[in-house]
Each structure stands twice: as C-alpha cells, then as structure tokens.
Design a protein around this ligand. Structure first.
Ligand SMILES: *Cc1c(COP(=O)(O)O)cnc(C)c1O
Length: 379
C-alpha cells in the first residue's frame, strides 16, 4: 500500500488553533467537532489533543462514531451525536454513554422512552431549527416538547443548539436572523446553556452564547473568506514515480486531453482520485516542486497524476524527488478553490493509503490509543 506519500498531521498546530478559537469566543466554551474520523485526521488523536487543552465537549455525527470514540478517550468528556437517534439506535447510544442531539419530537419521544426503560434520567441536547431547514425541531415540535412535563422529568437537558446556514458569509442577513431566533428560544429553555456557532460563527463580531462547536478552523481551514488566521495542520508530499520527455504536439493521459505546445518534461506521481484527489483538478490543479508551481496536465487517473515539469530545474527532477501536494505553498483551501469545493471535502477524502506521521501528539495516558503511530517532531 505504500506509494511513498507522506501525510504529516501537526497536532501541536491543531492545539494552537483550538486555543486561538477559545481566546476568540471567551467566555464561551469550545467544543471540538470530530465527526467523520476527525475530518479525516483521526478522531481519537484529535480528541486526545483537544482534551489535553481542556476541551470537555466533543461532537460526532453518528451513534457508531460515539461508541467507537468513547472507550478510546483517556479522560472524561461529553460526546454528543449531531445526527441524533435513528430508530433502533437508542440502546447503542445508551450503552455507549453518548448524548444524542434530539432533532425532532420523534427522537425526543424515543429517548424519553429509553430513559423510562432504563429507569433513570438521560442526558440530551435539543436542536432547534432557526432557519437552515436541515436538522432540528420546528416551532410546533418545540412547543410540544416544552408543554409536556414528562420530557423534563426523563431528560437532563444539557444544551439547546442550532446551526448557522451562512456563517462563512458574515454580511448575510440570515446570521442576524438566526441569532435573534436563538436568543428568543433561549428564554423559553430557561437555564439551559445555548450553542449556535460553528467555526465561521465563532468569527462573527457578536456574542457566542455558552458554547461554540469548532471543526474546520481547528483543522487549519479558513473559517471564512478573510485571510486565514489558523495554523496549517496537514502537509502532504509524494515522490516522483517516473519522468519522460515528449515532443510538441503529443497528448497526455486518458482522453489525451492535454496537448503539448513545446517539448515537454512530464513527471508522474503515484496518487489519484482513489486517494481523494479530485478528478476535476485534471488540467486545472497544481502541485509544487522546490517551491515552484507545477501544473497538473491531463486527467487525474485513479492512482496517478501527470505534471508538466518542463520549467523545473533538472536537479529537482529524479525518481523519488519530493513533490509538495499540501504544504507551505498550497493549503487545503487553495486545493478546494481549484477543485470548486470546500476544504472540508479535501480533508475528509484524504487517502487511507498515505503513510501518516503525527507531530506533537500528546502521549496516551491509558493504553486505549495508538501511541505506536506517534512520532515526535524530531523523529
Ligand atoms: C460539522 C458541524 C459543525 C462544525 O462546523 P465547522 O464549520 O467545521 O466548524 C458544527 N455544528 C454542526 C451542527 C455541524 O454539523
């Protein structure tokens, strides 16, 4: 499985990003969002790093993610399930010790029934829809939830939350609308802590209620269109597999979609769309060699990509020579822009075939986590 690609994940930078957001939103607490295996970087390692910074709240998307994560944690943290409870998942959620985000009256009823069966109050979060129409209770469901005292008896409501539709567009009027709706709903859920903001919302110039849920900015992605204040967390390099020189007028790759206009030096690297590198970067994206931009030419294949390295000095071109895919010259946001997507998609698709090096990962204090994969920065 070894293409020679090396994905370096800098957990010290991740911790610094967490502290940066905490300073930004204080006195609000900062929960870490570690769904989708910590945006592809390793939920257990990310959680361990954040908990070392004092983070006590973690969000995953699925009950199964919670039941995998919780036994691997080396301390106490509340683990919340954003997608809530699909029918039939109540017992797994209970057994895992996870806290479901109740997104509908139906989910609240099933969790309250689970509490009755378990003969104890169960912790829960209620999500309300303040204007995104994705998840969360609608007005009639909130009314019904608050009107029925059995919910208050059976459920220990830890948080009432909602989610911004346009937090990364600070000027969008929906941000103020959602904030106002959340403020009004907070009064109806008297005494329950409130959380509205994601990474982008954490950078809006207003209050942040009791808690924010930070994902992408912790992982180094830009929270909005302003210059990115976060430290990069990932770097990816891969060696050149093969070099050739082809004449003017030759075609490159599937469909021969690139035609040379001059004698051209082509380098092939052993990664492709099977590694999560978007196929749409064919004839569009870039990589860097010795700090110089190198265009991707031809289509991105499943396991290989062709580069026009004609303008690169020969001493940097040999089989095994390093190519920067992500690093000081190209961020996850740069790649996302070229691919017409968002940094989240680039991160969560990063290949499991890359060799991973963990920098600055705190040692596990129990045997639960994988200390064997840890390397110190000097390694
Ligand atoms: C994924 C998610 C977050 C984290 O969002 P980022 O933009 O990555 O900070 C927060 N809240 C909810 C409900 C989410 O689904």
């Amino acid at each position: 499985m070894n293409s020679g690609a090396v994905l370096t994940i800098d957990f010290a930078a991740l911790a610094a990003n967490y502290r940066r957001i905490r300073a930004q939103v204080a006195p609000a607490a900062v929960a870490g969002v570690v769904k989708a295996d910590g945006y592809g970087l390793g939920a257990i390692e990310v959680a361990r790093t954040l908990m070392r910074e004092g983070c006590e709240h973690l969000f995953v998307a699925l009950v199964g993610e919670a039941s995998a994560l919780i036994p691997a944690l080396d301390g106490p943290a509340s683990v919340y399930v954003l997608n809530g409870l699909l029918p039939g998942q109540e017992d797994e959620c209970l057994a895992a010790g996870a806290i479901p985000v109740l997104n509908s009256l139906d989910q609240a009823q099933r969790w309250a029934a689970t509490a009755a069966r378990a003969n104890r109050r169960l912790p829960a979060v209620v999500q309300v829809d303040t204007g995104m129409a994705r998840m969360g209770m609608e007005t009639w469901e909130i009314d019904a939830f608050l009107a029925d005292p059995t919910f208050a008896e059976r459920l220990d409501l830890r948080l009432v939350m909602s989610h911004l539709a346009c937090g990364d567009m600070p000027q969008n009027p929906s941000n103020a609308q959602q904030y106002a709706r959340m403020s009004a709903l907070a009064e109806r859920f008297a005494g329950v802590p409130v959380a509205l903001d994601n990474s982008a919302g954490s950078f809006l110039p207003r209050g942040h209620f009791a808690m924010v849920r930070a994902g992408i900015a912790v992982y180094g992605g830009a929270p909005n269109d302003a210059p990115n204040p976060m430290a990069p967390v990932v770097a990816l390099t891969i060696p050149i597999a093969q070099l050739r020189t082809i004449p003017a007028g030759a075609g490159v790759g599937y469909g021969l979609t690139f035609h040379t206009e001059r004698e051209t030096r082509i380098a092939t690297i052993p990664m492709g769309y099977a590694d999560g590198w978007p196929r749409c970067l064919g004839n569009t994206g870039s990589v860097f060699i010795a700090g110089t931009r190198v265009p991707i030419v031809g289509r991105v294949s499943m396991d290989s990509i062709t580069l026009d390295v004609t303008d690169i000095a020969p001493e940097h071109l040999y089989p095994g020579a390093p190519v920067e895919i992500l690093g000081p010259h190209q961020s996850i946001d740069d790649v996302a822009r070229d691919a017409g997507t968002i940094s989240y998609e680039i991160l969560t698709q990063l290949s499991r075939r890359y060799h991973r090096i963990h920098l600055g990962l705190p040692e596990a204090s129990t045997s639960g986590a994988s200390a064997a994969t840890t390397r110190s920065p000097s390694a």
